[in-house]
Design a protein around this ligand. Structure first.
Ligand code: C2E
Ligand code: CA
Ligand code: CA
Length: 594
C-alpha cells in the first residue's frame, strides 16, 4: 500500500518542494515556522527517496536533481544543472514518441510510462517515469518534476521468468506450447508449407541408466545444438527425449524437400557425439507430418507426427516414418496400454516357441520363447508394438516374471516327457534385468521347477551390456557362474562392439537378421558375418544366425561355421502344443540316428 501510494505522495510533495526550492518563496522565520518544518521534511524525502527526481524550469532546463538521480544516471548534480534532460536520451525512441510525450504533458499536465535512457557510462536502462507539470495559480507552467524508477533489473527478471516458463532449462530451446503458438501464428499467414519432424533418441532410458544422468543431459544439449544447426526452422524440446523441428517447405516439391531435409538431419545426427571425453554414437527415430491446408490446426499436425513417430519406433530403432492416413486406424497406444494391464489377468497372453537348430545336424538345440498377445477385439498384437509400451509404463517387470515362470513350467513338462531340447532361451528386457531382485527371483523359479541352471539361456539386448557399472557386472557374473547361459540378442543393431563384449561372461551371440537377409549374395553382409564368426570363435562364443528363411542361407552359414540357425526355414514360432509335436519329431530323428 505504502509502496503503491509513494509516488503519488511524492507527486504531491515535489511540486511544493520545487516551488519552494526554485522560486525561493520568501517566508519569515516566525510566521512560516510550520512551512519551514514541512520544507525540511520534504528535503529529506527528496534526498533519500529511492526514486530519481529531476526538476526543470518551463523550458526544460534542469534546476535540481536528487541523490538517486546521480546514482542511477551516473551524472553528478553539477554536471546536469543547466542541461536539458535530453542528455540522457538513449536514441531508442523516435521523434513521434517525444512529440506524444510533450503533447500529453501539455494537455493533461502529466505523462507516465516506460522510457529508455542512457547512463553517463553509456549503458542504456529502462525507467518508469512520471513527469508532472507544475503550474502557478494562473495556470502557467512554472516547472516540470520528473520522478523515475530504474526498472531494468525488474524487466530482466520478468524476461528471465518468461524465458524460464517458455523454454526448456536444460537445452535453452523453446518448449512445445511456445513453439506451437509461434507456428499457429505463422502458418495461416504464410504461403509456405511446413513439415513437422519429431526426433526421438532410441533407448534414451538406457543411456541414462548406463552412463548416468550427466551423460544423458549432455546428449540432450548436444542434440539440441545439432538440430538447430542442421535445420532452418523452429526447434523445440517436446518431451524428455523427443524434439520437434518445424521445417518450412518452399520448393513446391514437398516430398523431395522433406526427404532431403530429413536425410540431412539424420546424417548430421549420426555422427558421433563427444560426451565426457568419449565419442559415442546414437540412433534416432523420426516421425514427420506435413501441414496440408488452413483447416488443419497445429495440434492436429503434432498428433499426426506423433502417430508417425510411434509407427517408426514400432519397427525398431533408427526408423523414419511419414504420417499417412492409415496410421489413424492403427492401434492407439493408450488403448493398448489399458488393455495390456488387463491382459495378464484375462488370459490374453501366451507363449510361442521357435526352434534354434544345430547347423550340422539340423536338430533342435534350443527353443526361443516369444510372447504373444491376443487382444479380444484387436486380434493378435505383435510384441514389438506392446513390449516397448510395457517397458515405458513399468509393466515389464511383472510381465517378465510371468514369461519366465511360464517358460520354465513348459520346459519342466517337456523334460518330464523326455523330449526337452538342451536349452530354453528367454528374452529379457533391459528394464527387467535391472530390477533389484531379478537374479534371486530367477534362482527361486529354477528351484521351484527343479531345473538345472544350464537349461536356461537369457537373451539380453546390447543395452544391458553397454552398462558397465559394478552392479550390472556382478549380476552378469552371478548368473553366468551359476550356470545360466547368456546370449546377446540382435547383435549388430545397437551400440556395442565385440571389443568390449569379450570382457563379459557371454556365451552366445545372435546375429541380427538384417545381416542374414541378403546372404549369400551380398558381399558386405558376407564380410560382416564371416568376420563376426571368426572373432567369436576366438572368444569361444557360439553364434546364432537369426531370420534364416532359405536353404541357401542355411547352407552358407553352416559352411562358414555358424553354430546355430533360427528362422522360418526351420520353423515359425508355434504354440506349446505344436511345439510338443515338433519336439517329439526331433526326438524320433535323434533316436533314428543313434
Ligand atoms: P527377437 O528377440 O529378435 O525375436 C525374433 C523375432 O524374429 C520374432 O519376432 C520372430 O518371430 C522373428 N523371426 C524368427 N524367424 C524369422 C524369420 O525367418 N524371418 C523373419 N522375418 N522374422 C523371424 P516376434 O515374435 O514378433 O518378436 C519381436 C521382438 O519382440 C523380439 O525380437 C523381442 O525383441 C521381442 N519379444 C518377443 N517376445 C518377448 C519376450 O517374451 N520378452 C521380451 N523382453 N521381448 C520379447
Ligand atoms: Ca530374441
Ligand atoms: Ca533377435
Amino acid at each position: 500500500m505504502w509502496q503503491a501510494s509513494f509516488p503519488i505522495i511524492l507527486l504531491i510533495a515535489f511540486p511544493l518542494l520545487a516551488v519552494g526550492f526554485a522560486l525561493g518563496v520568501g517566508y519569515r522565520k516566525r510566521k512560516y515556522k510550520n512551512r519551514k518544518v514541512i520544507f525540511r521534511l520534504l528535503k529529506q524525502v527528496f534526498d533519500h527517496t529511492h526514486d530519481g527526481v529531476t526538476i526543470t524550469d518551463p523550458r526544460g532546463t534542469i534546476i535540481a536533481v536528487n541523490k538517486t538521480f546521480t546514482q542511477v544516471t551516473g551524472y553528478s548534480e553539477a554536471e546536469v544543472l543547466g542541461e536539458n534532460p535530453r542528455i540522457l536520451s538513449s536514441g531508442y525512441h523516435d521523434a513521434e514518441f517525444y512529440e506524444n510525450y510533450w503533447q500529453t504533458l501539455m494537455r493533461e499536465g502529466i505523462w507516465q510510462g516506460e522510457i529508455w535512457n542512457r547512463r553517463k557510462d553509456g549503458e542504456v536502462y529502462l525507467e518508469w517515469l512520471t513527469c508532472k507539470a507544475v503550474k502557478d495559480p494562473d495556470g502557467e507552467v512554472t516547472h516540470y518534476v520528473a520522478i523515475f524508477t530504474d526498472i531494468t533489473e525488474h524487466r530482466r527478471q520478468e524476461a528471465r521468468l518468461e524465458h524460464a516458463t517458455e523454454h526448456d532449462r536444460l537445452t535453452g530451446l523453446p518448449n512445445t506450447a511456445n513453439t506451437l503458438r509461434e507456428l499457429s501464428r505463422q502458418i495461416p499467414n504464410l504461403q509456405k508449407r511446413w513439415c513437422l519432424m519429431l526426433v526421438d533418441i532410441d533407448n534414451f532410458r538406457l543411456v541414462n541408466a548406463s552412463y548416468g544422468f550427466a551423460v544423458g543431459d549432455q546428449l540432450l544439449s548436444s542434440l539440441a545444438r545439432r538440430l538447430k544447426e542442421c535445420t532452418q526452422g523452429l526447434v523445440a524440446r517436446h518431451s524428455a527425449d523427443v524434439f520437434i523441428c518445424a521445417l518450412p517447405l518452399t520448393s513446391g516439391d514437398d516430398e523431395g524437400e522433406r526427404g532431403a531435409m530429413i536425410n540431412r538431419a539424420k546424417k548430421y545426427l549420426s555422427k558421433p557425439f563427444s560426451i565426457k571425453g568419449r565419442l559415442m554414437e546414437f540412433s534416432f527415430s523420426i516421425g514427420t507430418s506435413t501441414w496440408q491446408d488452413a483447416s488443419q490446426s497445429v495440434n492436429e499436425l503434432l498428433q499426426e507426427a506423433e502417430l508417425a513417430l510411434h509407427a517408426a519406433k514400432s519397427r525398431g530403432a533408427g526408423q523414419i516414418r511419414h504420417f499417412t492416413e492409415d496410421l489413424r486406424e492403427d492401434r492407439n497406444p493408450l488403448i493398448l496400454l489399458q488393455g495390456l494391464r488387463e491382459a495378464l489377468s484375462n488370459n490374453e497372453l501366451s507363449l510361442n516357441f521357435q526352434p534354434l537348430v544345430a547347423s550340422g545336424s539340423r536338430r533342435i538345440h534350443a527353443l526361443e520363447v516369444l510372447l504373444r498377445w491376443d487382444h479380444p477385439t484387436l486380434g493378435r498384437i505383435p510384441p514389438d508394438q506392446f513390449i516397448p509400451l510395457a517397458e515405458r509404463h513399468g509393466l515389464m517387470e511383472p510381465l517378465g516374471q510371468w514369461i519366465l515362470e511360464q517358460s520354465l513350467k513348459h520346459y519342466a513338462e517337456w523334460q518330464q516327457q523326455g523330449i526337452a531340447p538342451s536349452r530354453i532361451a528367454v528374452n529379457v528386457s533391459p528394464l527387467e534385468f535391472q530390477a533389484e531382485n531379478f537374479v534371486d527371483n530367477l534362482f527361486s523359479l529354477l528351484k521351484k521347477h527343479k531345473l538345472n541352471h544350464e537349461i536356461l539361456e537369457l537373451e539380453l539386448t546390447e543395452g544391458v551390456f553397454v552398462q558397465r557399472d559394478k552392479e550390472t557386472l556382478d549380476r552378469l557374473d552371478a548368473l553366468s557362474s551359476s550356470g545360466i547361459h547368456l546370449a546377446i540378442d540382435d547383435f549388430g543393431t545397437g551400440y556395442s562392439s565385440l571389443a568390449y563384449l569379450k570382457h563379459l561372461p557371454i556365451n552366445q551371440l545372435k546375429l541380427d537378421r538384417t545381416f542374414i537377409r541378403s546372404l549369400p549374395a551380398n558381399e558386405a553382409d558376407r564380410a560382416i558375418v564371416e568376420s563376426t564368426l571368426a572373432l567369436c570363435r576366438g572368444l569361444k562364443m557360439t553364434v546364432v544366425a537369426e531370420g534364416v528363411e532359405e536353404e541357401a542361407q542355411a547352407d552358407y552359414l553352416a559352411r562358414k561355421g555358424c553354430d546355430l540357425l533360427q528362422g522360418y526355414y526351420f520353423g515359425r514360432p508355434a504354440d506349446a502344443d505344436e511345439t510338443t509335436e515338433r519336439l517329439i519329431q526331433n526326438k524320433v530323428q535323434i533316436a533314428r540316428v543313434s
